[in-house]
Write a protein of this length. Structure first.
Length: 485
């Protein structure tokens, strides 16, 4: 099918308003979406660590988690409503606030961060696949892995690593580039499958010694000094940490909410984030605490609690459990990569050159760049502190949110011109100054300065968990004052 031409040259079949017949997502699909975002190795380790490592009151952590997820819920509702109403992805919605050229370049930041994280996460995902390959080879003949071919490394990777990494890249490319309706099925399958896996792992730990594992879990539940004012700072820190974990996906949430049937389903689905976090936290904490208790009985030399599921299964020394858990880790990691990194990058790339890019071609570019990032991650990128620069680019997301929300709700009174948002004509509503909305971009940069300062200014690093919110507040306030003049 040919792309729309001439006046509406910013149009693309992957960016146009969603046909009402394709708005098939309901609250259960959004529940699975949030489930996938929670169900990652990082999420598991983060939540388990908050409850077990930092000597915090367990109910301080619980209510801090609820507060953080409630903030995510509020901001997600705000950013998702216009996309649901008009059927537009984040990058296209951004045109109404920054102008069509401003949206091209600042929207591309979401692709930049997404592609980089896609490459890194694919690298770690391939390590799990590599473990499975090694287990298979070892079960056939344990001497094979001692052959020279398996002991030769290039860029820190041996032949098994190269095969698993290349295979994972190709597999994700083939699966993720089919389309959003197929991706919905992947998201739902992953969320349900991982929860089933956590239930299985829960019972493995629980039944290892019912009395001891139950007692260990109950022992961390303490109301002692819960109402002490000294708990306020830790509670806010936990809330900020949880919010920061989800902050990367809030800005581009419209890429998914555009497919939701109606606002009722959207709000109900967003509220399920809190339910997801409660369910996941229960299983994660019980598995970690129960495993630690069981393993300390079996191995007296354990000197620390393990919060990473791969470390836990390694200590269980059970081949069947290891294989099963690795399978669930692969499913969880791949689906998180899809939701948080791949799909948002697709839409932002297409928006950059809508006349050239399609879902397929954008997917190929993401995969190629992700491959290069993953290949050089171990030996180069991880050694030069590159994540601080990625965090710096991510510091634009809060300010972008602030500008979009004020522009849509307060300046434009919740209305958009679906016709003009795809137009480059000088008389279109979003042409502004040759495609740049100067007031909005100025506000965005001011917000970015404040947000990024929490990353690079040593004296402000204690505010880093709230960098997104700080940037959103500064940019929204600045833009409102300028736009109302």
């Amino acid at each position: 099918m040919n792309q729309p031409k001439v006046k509406y040259s910013l149009s693309n079949w992957d960016l146009v308003t969603v046909n009402p017949n394709y708005k098939t997502w309901d609250w259960k699909d959004i529940f699975c979406y949030w489930g996938v975002n929670v169900q990652s190795i990082i999420g598991f380790s983060l939540i388990a660590s908050l409850y077990t490592i930092y000597s915090l009151n367990s109910f301080v952590v619980f209510f801090g988690t609820i507060l953080g997820s409630f903030l995510v819920y509020l901001f997600s509702n705000l950013i998702s409503k216009p996309s649901q109403k008009f059927g537009l992805p984040f990058a296209v919605l951004l045109r109404s606030s920054l102008g069509f050229r401003g949206a091209k370049f600042f929207g591309l930041l979401r692709s930049f961060v997404g592609i980089f994280m896609f490459g890194i996460q694919t690298y770690f995902l391939s390590k799990a696949v590599g473990y499975l390959i090694r287990i298979l080879i070892f079960s056939i003949d344990n001497s094979i892995l001692e052959q020279e071919i398996f002991l030769t490394f290039l860029l820190g990777l041996n032949i098994i690593d190269w095969i698993s990494f290349s295979g994972v890249i190709i597999f994700q490319l083939l699966m993720f580039s089919v389309g959003i309706q197929f991706n919905k099925k992947l998201i739902n399958f992953s969320a349900i499958t991982v929860y089933i896996g956590m239930i299985v792992f829960f019972f493995i730990v629980f039944l290892s010694d019912v009395k001891i594992t139950s007692s260990a879990f109950i022992s961390i539940l303490s109301f002692e000094n819960f109402l002490n004012l000294d708990n306020l700072a830790p509670l806010l820190t936990v809330a900020g940490t949880i919010f920061a974990y989800f902050s990367i996906i809030i800005i581009s949430y419209g890429d998914y909410s555009r497919y939701v049937k109606d606002e009722v389903n959207l709000k109900k689905g967003n509220l399920s984030l809190i339910l997801n976090l409660i369910i996941f936290s229960f299983f994660a904490v019980f598995i970690v605490v129960g495993s630690d208790t069981f393993l300390n009985q079996k191995f007296e030399d354990l000197d620390r609690i393990f919060t990473n599921p791969t470390d836990i299964i390694g200590k269980f020394d059970n081949l069947q459990i290891t294989i099963v858990v690795l399978f669930f880790i692969i499913v969880a990691s791949a689906s998180t990569n899809l939701v948080a990194n791949f799909i948002p990058s697709q839409y932002s790339l297409i928006n950059f050159i809508p006349s050239k890019f399609t879902l397929k071609s954008a997917s190929y570019l993401i995969s190629i760049l992700g491959f290069l990032i993953g290949v050089f991650w171990l030996t180069v990128l991880s050694q030069i502190g590159i994540l601080s620069f990625i965090d710096t680019f991510g510091a634009f997301f809060g300010p972008l949110f602030g500008v979009i929300i004020v522009d849509y709700y307060l300046i434009k009174d919740s209305s958009l011109s679906n016709k003009d948002i795809y137009s480059v004509e000088i008389d279109s509503a979003y042409y502004y100054s040759k495609g740049w909305h100067v007031k909005a971009i100025y506000s965005l940069i001011i917000g970015f300065i404040f947000s990024a300062s929490t990353i690079w200014n040593v004296n402000l690093m204690f505010l880093q968990s709230y960098a997104w919110i700080i940037g959103a507040f500064i940019s929204s306030t600045t833009y409102y004052l300028l736009a109302k003049r």
